[in-house]
Design a protein around this ligand. Structure first.
Ligand code: ZN
Length: 281
C-alpha cells in the first residue's frame, strides 16, 4: 500500500471541498500553497468558451488537473433535452482536454422529471454515454462513471453501485479500450455489502478514488459530508482494496459540507485535508 504521508504527488483536492466561495484563481493558489499537487475543478468555475486561461493558470501554479467535474444529467423528458445534455457533455470533454484532465467525471442523472420508469431512464443514460464516444476519441478524454449512493437515485443518479458500473463499462466498452472507467467515491460506496468483491472485479477499470467520511449523525446526505477520520468509513481498508487492483492514481478529497467545512477558513480546510490524507486514509 502506498505511503500517503510520503507521497505528496498523490494528494488531490476536488474544489467542491472549498464550497466554490472564491474565484478559481484564488482557489488554485491556495491549493498549490497547501502542498497539493493535483486539482479537480468543477465546470461552474471554468469559462468553457475559453478554458485556456484557467488551464495556463493551473499549470503555472504547478498543479496537474486530475479530472473535470462533471457531466450534465443525461435523462430528460424529451429528445431535445437529451440532445442538449449530450451537447453540453461534448463541450465538457473538449474543455477537459484543454485543461489537461484525463477524464470527465460522469454523474449520470436520476429519473427524468416526469418519469417513473427507472429502467427506461437508465437506457437514456447509456445512449447518452455512448453518444460521447466520438468526442472522447477525438479529445483523448475518458469518462469516469461515478456510482452514487442510492439516496440520490431519483434526482441525481440511477447508477448506484460499482457492480452496476462494471456492467455499464462492459456494455459501453466491450473491447476494453479503456474509454469508460469507474470513480470509486468512499461516501457513495462504503455501505455496499459487495464493495470489496466489486472492486476486485472492476480491477483496472477503477480510474479515480474520492475520499471524505460518512458522519454517523448525518444531518444532510447531500451537503454534510465529513472530514476523513471523523466518520464511519474504513478509508485505509478501502484504499488498500482499490490499490490492490493496481490503481496508481491520486487520492482525491471531495467534501460537500455546507454545515461545517464550507464555513471555515479555506486554508484551514486545506491544511486539515492534507493531514488527514496522511493519517486517516
Ligand atoms: Zn465523488
Amino acid at each position: 500500500m502506498r505511503d500517503l504521508a510520503a507521497r505528496e504527488d498523490l494528494h488531490c483536492l476536488n474544489t467542491a471541498t472549498l464550497g466554490y466561495r472564491e474565484p478559481i484563481e484564488i482557489t488554485v493558489r491556495r491549493v498549490a500553497q497547501a502542498g497539493f499537487r493535483k486539482i479537480t475543478p468543477w465546470r461552474q468555475e471554468i469559462e468553457e468558451d475559453h478554458p485556456e486561461r484557467a488551464s495556463a493558470m493551473i499549470r503555472a501554479a504547478g498543479l496537474e488537473v486530475a479530472a473535470y467535474c462533471r457531466t450534465t444529467y443525461f435523462t430528460a423528458d424529451d429528445a431535445a433535452g437529451r440532445r442538449a445534455a449530450i451537447d453540453s457533455n461534448r463541450k465538457a470533454l473538449e474543455a477537459a482536454a484543454v485543461l489537461g484532465a484525463p477524464m470527465l467525471v460522469a454523474v449520470v442523472g436520476g429519473l427524468a422529471p416526469s418519469s417513473r420508469d427507472a429502467a427506461a431512464c437508465r437506457e437514456q443514460i447509456l445512449d447518452g454515454l455512448h453518444a460521447l464516444l466520438p468526442t472522447m476519441r477525438a479529445t483523448g478524454v475518458k469518462v469516469a462513471l461515478e456510482p452514487l449512493h442510492p439516496y440520490y437515485a431519483a434526482d441525481r443518479s440511477l447508477l448506484n453501485t460499482i457492480a452496476q458500473a462494471i456492467d455499464w463499462c462492459e456494455r459501453l466498452d466491450p473491447a476494453r479500450e479503456g474509454w469508460f472507467g469507474i470513480a470509486v467515491d468512499a461516501y457513495h460506496a462504503w455501505w455496499d455489502p459487495s464493495l470489496e468483491e466489486s472492486i476486485r472485479r472492476a480491477g483496472t477499470r477503477i480510474v479515480a478514488l474520492h475520499v471524505c467520511d460518512w458522519l454517523r449523525e448525518t444531518r444532510d446526505p447531500l451537503l454534510d459530508r465529513g472530514m476523513m477520520g471523523d466518520g464511519v468509513i474504513d478509508l485505509r481498508r478501502l484504499r488498500a482494496c482499490v490499490e490492490a487492483t493496481g490503481f496508481g492514481g491520486a487520492v482525491e478529497v471531495e467534501i460537500f459540507s455546507q454545515l461545517d467545512w464550507w464555513r471555515r477558513d479555506p486554508d484551514e480546510v486545506l491544511r486539515v485535508c492534507r493531514q488527514r490524507l496522511a493519517t486517516a486514509c
